[in-house]
Design a protein. Sequence first.
Length: 394
Amino acid sequence: MKSKAAIQQFVLLNLGHALNHYLVLIFPTAALFLTKLWNISYPELLKLGSFGAMAYGVSVIPAGWLADKIGRHKMLNIFFIGIGLASLAAGFTQTPTQLGMALIAIGVFGAIYHPVGIALVYRLSDKPGRLLALHGIAGNIGLSMAAIGTAALAHYFSWRIAFILPGVIAILAGFIFIVVSKNKYHATSVESHSEHEQTPKAVIKILSCIVVTSICGGLSSNAFITGLPKILTRFDEFKTDSLTHIGSVVTGLLLFASVSQVVIGELLDRVRPEKLLLSVVFLQVLALAMLNVLPQSMLLIAAILFLTFAQITINDVIIGQRSHDSWRSTVYAVKYTVFLGVAAVAYWLVALSLQHSNDFIFMYQLLAAVTIVSMVFSIFIYRLASLSRISNSH
């Protein structure tokens, strides 16, 4: 990635990734302020937010398919402007129903980014692992800033400004991207990274297993990200703290987890991604099992976030290696459909865990079981990849 045009687009892709995560995650923190204003319980508000998360999930495949048909840059133009307008609309809603509709719009436009943006990043360099890692960090910065940014704007101004200001930024970024995307650059040929000599049957098997690990990892990741502000209020040291302070702690934890992207990005250029995936998922199982015994361990919470973030980049590299550029956005769309689609389930899981025992032990136990399933399929992926390499060597 040496041309000026490619660098400019990479910067804007990183901004788009950050905005995507930020805008989608405004609501879980804003809901903490709306419980008193609208006299609605937090679990009920989370269920309302689940419709936006569901829209996010079901819209990803159409977005990826359209990107492969009409062009990825055109779809990103729609993403920036669309999600910005939807966030503005959320800031002007007057009832829970109206807000729910605005959240659905945010979900629909937000669904565009991952299958389109990641496919573009993959083509920018002959070392996609490193670029995908940096791109992942940008997304995680947006994700980690959502809690503290929303809490601060809602506290010092209003919950409406917490939606409106980021929406305006997204629209402005969209107009800049329209101009920048007109500058052409030579896309790096990354097909050398892809193993097209393997049989279609082998590709389907590996990608199918990736879908399962994405479902499991997505449920764990989304459950912790969605519930983190509320999880911290159950810690003895945070029970009397303000929401703004809790939001800053959430930001710190998510920024720490983002470091995993740097580590994994460097390792992906040196170690087989299938081996890394198996190692990361195994450590997730151990951490979740320990969290059931030590539910107020900040170290274990941080470790789980670190590991779930690492898994995202690894999955993306494996998909990039196993898919052709002409249909790569569609494959990423399938992966992110299941990964982000379970965000809706995560909202309900957090709510049900609170209703079940007023803590998160039920959620931790379920996620531990789900991650064991993910480990089993990670073993399948490692085995299938090893067999594919042996076959190709003969």
